[in-house]
Design a protein around this ligand. Structure first.
Ligand code: HEC
Ligand code: HEC
Ligand code: HEC
Ligand code: HEC
Length: 415
């Protein structure tokens, strides 16, 4: 076996959470989720055989591709889940490619996923971690006990035990951290918009076949596409939510969760999107008494077009300086981002964390003040012990968060 693959295997097997992704389908939480998904008098589908689970906990189309000799379901999210089905390239990989680097073209033609390209890489991760048109962690799954998906590419990438040469990657890609952050935001947005458009199209009277062959219509509204805290908030205390609400907003009103999209819009439109722009229109359509599915589908499409163009044209030009100026702009609520939902603040926090890493990569030594500021931001967003993401949380004023962002920018010499 090639040295690179052998050590990749060891890292993946011993340290990568993906090697346990099938295993978790056997645990008590998974069994509970499966039981909660069906009526009490019905036999649950075992998660280890439920293609819904396997498509994310192993790979897309896990059950139909099962005959492939090179992988088994038990491997969980393994080499082929990220690098593509190996059947057609494994021989070339271990023989001729050892002596000679294969071209990207050659690799792609053999079905290899070009994970060196950050856009391709982020798209691969987002399919499972954001959920795409065909794979979804919807409100039914969340209410049954599945953790809600809160993905931010650069921090997830940072947390993944690496089986490749990261130092080389950072040398080869200037501003790696900032670029990974920006690409992750835009890819997540495109993926989430595809998903939303798809869910809406299914709900628009279109009958779809469910797994057991009976006809079913996708539920609508799909609650996981809305801001969780519009419904799940602490009614007793003065709500944390109120501090984040902008003028003209009331609590208890359904709001579209733009957590996956808002930042990408700012990034690509330069922050000058208008109240009449597609983002605002989609937000309003989502909260109509009867949202029109075709309109949601159309607006999701309209929004994702410029994002795709940005990925094709500008993604590899994004710099740490661009991230600095963006963080300066997003650290205050504005007409462009009227809601300071928890989801949005998490994204701001992660943007600042990427900026911090990007500056460190360029040789800046972080000061105590900037470290403290990051810590305050994290604390503001943390849930009290034993609470999960759907429960009330915090108690800290949003001002503390905003001050911490400003303090970070000041301490880092960023205007
Ligand atoms: C859209 C993809 C997707 C689908 C569909 C999905 N999962 Fe997951 N699941 C994930 C991801 C991604 C995580 C890790 C979340 C994180 O940590 O950010 C996860 C986490 C979990 C966890 C928690 C694991 C742990 O280590 O604590 C359990 C349990 C679980 N999934 C079970 C299931 C079951 C059972 C099903 C099918 C009924 C299912 N999942 C369907 C993507 C998915
Ligand atoms: C979660 C996704 C993921 C999984 C699972 C995964 N890889 Fe990777 N792999 C990557 C990424 C991202 C890179 C870095 C970009 C690149 O070199 O393609 C990479 C790089 C590599 C490299 C190039 C190493 C270098 O330094 O150039 C090899 C070889 C490799 N992976 C083999 C494997 C093998 C073998 C497995 C299974 C045991 C595996 N990978 C599982 C995502 C994954
Ligand atoms: C085929 C679906 C799939 C793909 C592709 C995928 N993941 Fe995952 N990932 C999962 C699942 C499922 C889990 C949860 C596993 C568990 O709990 O044991 C997970 C867990 C993780 C975790 C641990 C999260 C935690 O809360 O501890 C990180 C980090 C992660 N993935 C990063 C990535 C990155 C970065 C990529 C792309 C390079 C990627 N993943 C690609 C499905 C996937
Ligand atoms: C429109 C209101 C609404 C929105 C938005 C909403 N939920 Fe729910 N949620 C409910 C209702 C009603 C129930 C109880 C019925 C059920 O189980 O579906 C519930 C149940 C739950 C449960 C089961 C445990 C419990 O507390 O009852 C969890 C966990 C949950 N939601 C999480 C979320 C998350 C996370 C989001 C955002 C991604 C979200 N919800 C968005 C209304 C909502």
């Amino acid at each position: 076996m090639q040295a690179g693959s052998a050590s990749a295997y060891t890292t993946w097997r011993t340290r990568d959470p993906h090697s346990r992704a099938y295993g978790v389908l056997e645990n008590a939480l998974s069994q509970q989720i499966a039981a909660n998904l069906v009526r009490p008098d019905k036999e649950p589908i075992p998660p280890q055989r439920d293609s819904r689970c396997l498509d994310c906990h192993v790979r897309q189309d896990a059950t139909s591709a099962r005959e492939a000799p090179t992988y088994s379901l038990e491997d969980g999210v393994s080499c082929e889940s990220c690098h593509g089905p190996a059947a057609r390239w494994i021989d070339a990989h271990w023989s001729s490619w050892r002596d000679r680097a294969a071209s990207d073209q050659e690799r792609r033609e053999l079905g290899m996923v070009l994970t060196t390209d950050l856009v391709v890489r982020a798209t691969k991760c987002a399919g499972c971690h954001v959920g795409d048109a065909r794979r979804r962690v919807d409100h039914d799954l969340i209410a049954a006990g599945h953790p809600r998906l809160l993905f931010e590419f650069s921090s997830y990438l940072a947390n993944l035990p690496k089986h490749w040469d990261v130092a080389k990657e950072k040398r080869d890609t200037p501003d790696f951290e900032a670029r990974a952050w920006a690409i992750g935001q835009v890819v997540s947005a495109v993926t989430a918009l595809d998903r939303l458009g798809h869910v809406a199209s299914q709900a628009d009277g279109l009958r779809i076949k469910d797994q057991r062959g009976s006809t079913a219509v996708a539920p609508w509204p799909e609650l996981s596409e809305y801001s969780c805290f519009a419904c799940h908030h602490d009614l007793a205390e003065p709500s944390w939510l109120h501090g984040f609400q902008q003028s003209g907003e009331e609590s208890g009103i359904l709001r579209w969760n733009r957590g996956n999209v808002g930042m990408a819009e700012l990034l690509t439109a330069g922050g000058d999107h208008e109240a009449s722009g597609p983002l605002a229109l989609l937000g309003r359509e989502m909260v109509r008494d009867e949202p029109r599915a075709h309109e949601i589908e159309r607006l999701a499409q309209t929004l994702s077009e410029p994002l795709r163009a940005w990925l094709a044209r500008d993604a590899n030009r994004f710099t740490t300086a661009d991230l600095c100026s963006l963080v300066g702009r997003i650290s205050r609520p504005s007409a462009a981002s009227p809601h300071w939902d928890w989801e949005h603040l998490v994204q701001i926090y992660l943007a600042v964390a990427s900026l911090d890493q990007g500056l460190a990569d360029q040789g800046h030594v972080p000061s105590t003040k900037s470290k403290d500021a990051l810590k305050t931001m994290a604390e503001t967003l943390a849930f009290p012990r034993s609470y999960d993401s759907a429960k009330p949380f915090g108690g800290r004023a949003p001002e503390a968060f905003q001050k911490a962002v400003e303090s970070f920018l000041g301490a880092s010499g960023v205007k």
